[in-house]
Design a protein around this ligand. Structure first.
Ligand code: ATP
Ligand code: MG
Length: 430
């Protein structure tokens, strides 16, 4: 097997070997090359101890980010790569981090501590592929198989349960039977894995190309990490609809979270319409509230939470063409386009939906007014008309914006001034 190694990575290998150490390309980039996929990040494994690796790359920019675990980050030209000393993990008393790592001299030991056979291969431009665990054959079969005794491996580090699901979502691999059984057996260990690491794997899984197919096949693995979706899973039609939305929406993180959660809780009352200009004033519908609680539990950043929850909140709302500008004004183009994409994924495209999408695109292209700052009139103009600073002035501006957005007035200074004047002096003419 030949791998087109970037010249900077080749230089790093050569520098290590010229200094008398052994070095290999390992991990995801070997797997991806086996699969004919473009490489992700480049990882090298070496017999050099961390201090020796530092000495080898003394002439380059290095970052000692993971040095206690043997990893030195090296920047060569525009390429950043990780160089890690051959190591085996110590005990995992917390089921998360090895208590200590032990550096070793033999690449075989280093490969044996890795999670899945497809990730446990090494490659060298002269020595070729080193594949003691049968990774290449499993890549050909599209099979994810734990290295060694699966039960032990998931017990050591329960995050591997979600790594398996993530790789199934990314690569479209099936999970080997014994590996899957061990994942389900040891899945409760996820309880002691940090929320951030769990979310990291889930996020990567959800935006992957094969996520819907993999979650259709391994739903119970997902439920180990997301018990919030238990009742969705218990309703086969709703669960299938969620997976369809996942399959048919663009790979954006908030959109994919919302796609999964839209029907996660029963909605008794009709879904809330838009509360313009302040959508936050509407109480969350149950599915959106469940998503909010879930993303908070997973300690996800506020921006992702807000965007995903907004989509889950309004995914079932009817957006009428005459009100589309109000939606765009309140939520922004990205959110509204995502709402339309969610609906399209759920219902298929319809002439109405196509018209809404076209209307949104045309407004965006034409730079149509969206916010108070886009009005042809300002607070200063209203003051000049005799308005006082304060709530009444603010409400007048909002009212003008609404009339502009709904096409009831031109966005011209004269038209808006005349309207504002008429509100200030009801009954007055001119
Ligand atoms: P990606 O393309 O997503 O970066 P990757 O396989 O490179 O995939 P990383 O998380 O970057 O994944 O890890 C690099 C390598 O380190 C993996 O291929 C695997 O060999 C090993 N590895 C990473 N995390 C674990 C783990 N929790 N347990 C065992 N081995 C692991
Ligand atoms: Mg990687």
């Amino acid at each position: 097997m030949a791998i087109a190694l970037p010249p900077e990575a080749r230089l790093a290998l050569d520098l290590l070997e010229q200094a008398g150490f052994e070095a290999w390309l390992v991990g995801g980039s070997v797997r991806d090359a086996c699969l004919g996929l473009p490489p992700g990040d480049i990882d090298l494994a070496t017999s050099a101890l961390p201090a020796q690796t530092q000495a080898v790359f003394a002439g380059h920019r290095t970052f000692p980010t993971g040095l206690s675990h043997g990893t030195l980050t090296v920047k060569i030209g525009r390429l950043t790569l990780e160089v890690t000393t051959y190591r085996v993990d110590g005990d995992y008393s917390d089921r998360r981090h090895p208590d200590q790592v032990r550096f070793v001299r033999d690449i075989h030991q280093d490969l044996a501590r890795r999670d899945f056979t497809c990730n446990a291969m090494a490659w060298h431009p002269a020595r070729g592929l080193l594949d003691p665990c049968g990774g290449q054959a499993d890549c050909r079969r599209g099979l994810l198989r734990a290295v060694g005794e699966p039960g032990l491996r998931f017990e050591e580090d329960a995050l591997r349960v979600l790594r398996a699901l993530r790789f199934a979502c990314q690569l479209g691999f099936a999970i080997e039977e014994g590996t899957l059984r061990a994942m389900m057996d040891k899945g409760q260990g996820l309880g002691s894995v940090s929320a951030e690491r769990i979310a990291g794997e889930l996020n990567r899984a959800l935006v992957s190309g094969h996520s819907a197919a993999a979650l259709a096949r391994y739903p119970r693995v997902l439920l180990l990490a997301l018990p919030e979706l238990n009742s969705l899973f218990d309703d086969p039609a709703a669960w299938d609809a969620g997976l369809r939305r996942l399959r048919d929406t663009p790979a954006s993180l908030p959109l994919r979270w919302a796609a999964l959660f839209v029907d996660s809780a029963p909605q008794v009352d009709p879904p809330p319409g838009l509360c313009w200009p302040d959508p936050g004033a509407t109480p969350l519908r149950p599915a959106a509230a469940l998503l909010e609680a879930c993303l908070a539990r997973l300690k996800q950043p506020g921006a992702l939470r807000a965007r995903a929850v907004t989509l889950a909140q309004y995914a079932r709302s009817d957006i009428r063409p005459d009100e589309l500008p109000l939606w765009l004004s309140a939520l922004g183009y990205e959110a509204v386009d995502s709402l339309l994409a969610l609906r399209q994924a759920g219902e298929g495209i319809s002439p109405e939906l196509a018209a809404l999408r076209a209307q949104s695109a045309a407004r965006r292209e034409g730079g149509a007014p969206l916010a108070l700052k886009d009005l042809a009139i300002s607070g200063q103009d209203l003051l000049a008309l005799g308005y006082q600073e304060g709530q009444v002035l603010g409400q007048a501006l909002e009212r003008l914006l609404k009339l502009v957005l709904t096409g009831q007035t031109d966005n011209s200074k004269e038209a808006l001034r005349a309207l504002a004047r008429s509100w200030l002096h009801p009954g007055a003419r001119g």
